[in-house]
Ligand binder design. Structure first.
Ligand code: DC
Length: 228
């Protein structure tokens, strides 16, 4: 039997469309590595905030990044994220980081550094990477590109349920407003804005369960593998 090709799978889409949950499960199903690139932008935001750096000061943020090594380890329910040896998995999901990460994500040279790190992680294939610009910028040659969307109301509802489990108590209406604001910032920023790659497949998860989304993407991957 021919060996299965190890593909690059890019999953992009707006905030809270379920990318991380789905990408992690898809990676598990195929024995692929999962990389949450949003967590990398969050890690830089956390690191800069810890050092009380002006987040819009790109030179200062880049200097701070020199002492930051971001790494991942498998974990349940969330993949563990480390800044050097420090476990920052929970810290990077706190509202202060969430509400400031767009500022960091808009810095072009910070994006270049993280993009290089992401490409390096993906060179051998066998990877599911989620973010905003994976199919368009980071891995333009990825064999599978998915653009995952859901209505803002549905995404706010999902984030609300997740937050409650983590003990974060932000009102639903506020979450929806924050999601809409982040969508706007992510899709209108100058560098690498959130856009669907021309060759990405659109999956609207609003009416779908997580299992249904994972199966849909798994089918797309299998179909694509069989053509390589
Ligand atoms: O997916 P998330 O909510 O964890 O992403 C956090 C922020 O990082 C979000 O504002 C968009 C930004 N981001 C980005 O600009 N490019 C990526 N590849 C991933 C995330």
């Amino acid at each position: 039997m021919a060996e299965q090709a190890l593909l690059q799978v890019a999953i992009d889409g707006p905030a809270s469309a379920g990318k991380s949950t789905v990408a992690k499960l898809v990676a598990k199903r195929f024995g692929y590595i999962y990389v949450d690139t949003g967590a990398m932008y969050r890690a830089v935001t956390y690191w800069a905030m810890q050092q009380k750096i002006d987040l819009a000061d790109e030179v200062a943020v880049m200097a701070a990044m020199k002492s930051l090594k971001i790494s991942f380890k498998p974990g349940e329910p969330d993949q563990l994220v480390f800044a050097n040896q420090e476990d920052i998995t929970a810290a990077i999901r706190q509202p202060d980081v969430t509400n400031n990460v767009s500022t960091i994500a808009a810095l072009p040279r910070v994006r270049e550094i993280l993009t290089d790190q992401q490409r390096e992680m993906a060179t051998a294939g066998g990877i599911v990477m989620d973010g905003r610009d994976i199919g368009t910028t980071v891995l333009p040659d990825a064999e599978v590109k998915i653009f995952l969307v859901a209505s803002a109301a549905e995404r706010a509802q999902r984030r609300y349920a997740e937050n409650i489990k983590k003990g974060i108590d932000t009102p639903l209406a506020q979450l929806q407003a924050e999601i809409e604001l982040r969508d706007h910032k992510d899709s209108t920023r100058k560098v690498s804005p959130l856009t669907q790659a021309a060759d990405a497949i659109l999956v609207d998860t609003t009416p779908m369960s997580i299992d249904e989304v994972v199966s849909t993407i798994a089918e797309i991957i299998k179909k694509q593998s069989s053509t390589i």
